[in-house]
Design a protein around this ligand. Structure first.
Ligand SMILES: *Cc1c(COP(=O)(O)O)cnc(C)c1O
Length: 396
């Protein structure tokens, strides 16, 4: 997920235009900004690229998730079904909304299993929030059908899957809203940043107002703006947006390079007995940020996770032991360690997270490895990598 690999002249030029005006605020200052609106331009370009009705840029992917939940009216007393494998921000955002995350197993897509999600539904469930992990997709059609049948909101965490699609439609467009992250390690970066997309004009209005103290942004003079509801500040700024705007123009080149490099590595890996690849519901829509695969047994996966870097193959993730991405290592969530008292509903009515067990997810994650796909690899780098992979397999 390497937007940082390609920071260059284009990004510098966009930032320089902002510096030349001295206006870092995304709103107002209509005179001195001389028609430069980077955040707005980014939003227009993002909506167009993804085929969405509206896009709104915020300060981070985590902020985007919070704004999405608030805009959709998810809060205290609600439950949101989330997968056991995700970046922990998904869970944090639900908790910050005052709602309870309810964990459901993943399947071999490495994303939320529709059947597990269905089993997790209670009368408090308000939304299902699949996470499109490692550049590829959940069974989003099945999840959409499930939400329609049960009258639930489908909200997509597509933070890791910018540019990925299912049957030609961009991920993030299947739910009522979809979120992206433009942090430093995602497919494109703003330094820090996040975005929301939706086809619903009312939700868009709520999202852009909520992320700026509830201001309605009607009229020119900020002092005279209305504030139809309470908000917070999740604004982006012109500098970050300028970087992202240049990066967004490179998205299709990034995707093409990732797909090519992933294809080469996948072919080399396929020769090894016992390796099975992650299931991808629509392979043509994979954004190819990672090559994820399963070993037959946990001990083989563990051995390979050590052997690959030892033979020069870096960027390998064994998520089962990873603090950031898998429920097994989230001690703070399991204990509900909170700085301040939690909302009453969370104190009394949440499941005992410590007592939860997820054998179906464990059985998958304990055998899963992912390799990060880089843009800058030369033919020679790829060959060296493949040799490293051969040696690592031979050693286990
Ligand atoms: C990165 C990420 C986020 C949070 O994005 P930030 O911009 O880092 O706040 C949320 N969900 C997932 C799945 C992510 O990978």
């Amino acid at each position: 997920m390497p937007g940082f690999e390609i920071f260059g002249e284009e990004e510098r030029r966009e930032v320089q235009e902002v510096l030349d005006t001295g206006v870092l605020m995304r709103y107002n200052f209509d005179g001195p900004r001389r028609g430069i609106f980077k955040a707005r331009d980014f939003e227009t370009a993002l909506a167009k690229r993804l085929g969405a009705g509206h896009a709104h840029l915020v300060s981070s992917g985590t902020a985007a998730l919070q704004v999405m939940l608030a805009s959709c009216g998810v809060g205290a007393g609600d439950e949101v079904i989330v997968p056991t494998f995700t970046f922990v921000a998904t869970v944090e955002a639900v908790l910050a909304a005052g709602a309870a995350p309810v964990f459901a197993d993943i399947d071999e897509t490495l994303c939320l299993c529709p059947r597990a999600a269905e089993k997790a539904i209670t009368k408090r469930t308000k939304a299902i929030m699949p996470v499109h992990m490692c550049g590829s997709m959940a069974r989003i059609d099945a999840l959409k059908t499930l939400c329609r049948e049960k009258g639930l909101l489908l909200l997509e965490d597509a933070c890791q899957a910018l540019g990925a699609s299912f049957q030609g439609k961009a991920l993030g467009r299947f739910g009522r809203m979809g979120c992206f992250s433009f942090d430093y390690v995602k497919t494109i970066t703003c330094g820090e940043g996040g975005g929301l997309i939706t086809d619903d004009a009312d939700l868009y209005f709520k999202a852009q107002a909520f992320s700026d103290h509830g201001h309605d942004h009607v009229g020119q003079d900020r002092g005279a703006e209305g504030h139809p509801f309470i908000g917070l500040n999740f604004r982006t700024n012109e500098m970050n947006a300028a970087v992202g705007l240049a990066q967004l123009r490179k998205l299709d080149t990034i995707l093409a390079t990732q797909r090519k490099n992933k294809g080469i590595l996948k072919e080399a890996m396929a020769a090894h007995k016992g390796v099975r690849f992650r299931e991808i519901p629509d392979p043509s829509g994979d954004s190819a940020t990672h090559l994820s695969f399963f070993m037959e047994r946990e001990d083989q996966a563990r051995a390979l996770a050590k052997a690959l870097p030892a033979h020069g193959v870096d960027g390998v993730f064994y998520w089962y032991d990873n603090n950031w991405h898998y429920i097994r290592k989230w001690d703070h969530i399991q204990k509900m360690e909170s700085l301040a008292p939690l909302p009453l509903e969370l104190r009394h009515d949440v499941p005992d997270y410590k007592a939860l067990s997820h054998p179906a997810s464990d059985a998958i994650m304990s055998r899963t490895l992912s390799m990060q796909i880089r843009l800058g690899w030369t033919q020679e780098d790829l060959e060296t990598r493949i040799q490293g992979i051969e040696k690592a397999f031979a050693s286990i």
